[in-house]
Design a binder for this molecule. Sequence first.
Ligand SMILES: [Zn+2]
Ligand SMILES: [Zn+2]
Length: 418
Amino acid sequence: MGELQKPRGTRDVLPEEASRWRLLEDRARQVAARYGYGELRTPLFEVTELFRRGVGEDTDIVGKEMYTFLDRKGRDMTLRPEGTAPAVRAFLEHNLGAGPQPVRLFYLQPAFRYERPEEGRWRQHHQFGAECFGAAGAAADAEVIALAVDFLRTAGVADFRLRLNSIGCPACRPAYRAALREYYRPLLPLLCADCQERFGQNPLRLLDCKVDTAHAAGAPRTADHLCTDCREHLQGLEALLARLRISFDRDPTLVRGLDYYTRTVFELESPRLGSQSALGGGGRYDGLVELLGGQPTPAVGGGVGLERTLLALEAGGAPAPTVEPPQVFVASVGEEYALEAMGVASQLRSAGVRVITDPLGRSLKAQLKQAARAGARWTVILGEELSRGVLVLRDMAAGVQEEVPAGELLTRIDKGVV
Ligand SMILES: [Zn+2]
Ligand SMILES: [Zn+2]
């Protein structure tokens, strides 16, 4: 047996990078809280049927990309490939539709897809997602988009583009699908193998072809086939985004790969990422709750990929977030005070202060150097003054120090550190 390695398409996050992740996750939680979204945590795996019905049999996700397995009792299970279907399942299972509407949920969680791994595309990736149930108006679409945009801005992603489209509703989409088929029928022999299949199953996805993009440019546009309600919804959303100063590009070829979307679809992308340029996206899915067995419930959601966000930050040259520096370095003059230093450090930590000490028995000069390098705000120096119940407190920024009665240390630090 060879050396054990992580599965292909997965990553390990080591402590330095983990601090970036934590920062990103903190930002996501802060932004979600500002918009009134509560955190939802669903299981890593669900019954496969949920995704078959919720995501759609004809999608790449369900057809090719799911991690599906039988458990020991032979039940068909799947590692969650996306977050919306599980959120809808939880919404229904806990009867959240019976409470005050809308119901606003967010999640920070991994999703699993068996895709060909490349930079920015992993078999386990992490999503910050938000779902809003029970609001049919464009204000909810605008809210979800604003939340995603806010997250990227707060995270420090400088330049990204919002693409927006409406793919219509059950009233107007059949006519649009017919128009698309009519346009593509003579081109059928020229299309790629995937598109040959899509032509019959879901012609909207022909617009999404990555193999030959030329055909899509001349294809009938959704905007020309929307019913009055869909057109008004889109116009309402555009007015709201303008009011929120969120710029966007209308993209008539944007359809997204999931079957459940109605009306609004959007995608956020970074010009700094290569072939995997999408940072996130989402859309409205007014039919999904009913499809999964609930009362008809309008809903809209979106998500941002955390790996892609980190890549965009890196590519944009954003300064790496630093690990929070210690507030206090506890130094000791000579071996005999080292024990005392551990005691003082312990006391400060109990009070919630971030403290480091020197475990190597270095000289005071070396310890002060170390404290400065670590970015400590204060250095506490323990030496012969202790016999008088006094220690030395050095303000590292100001470069000044004074004697402080041992009993007053915490008060002094608390005042300075706040
Ligand atoms: Zn419509
Ligand atoms: Zn194609």
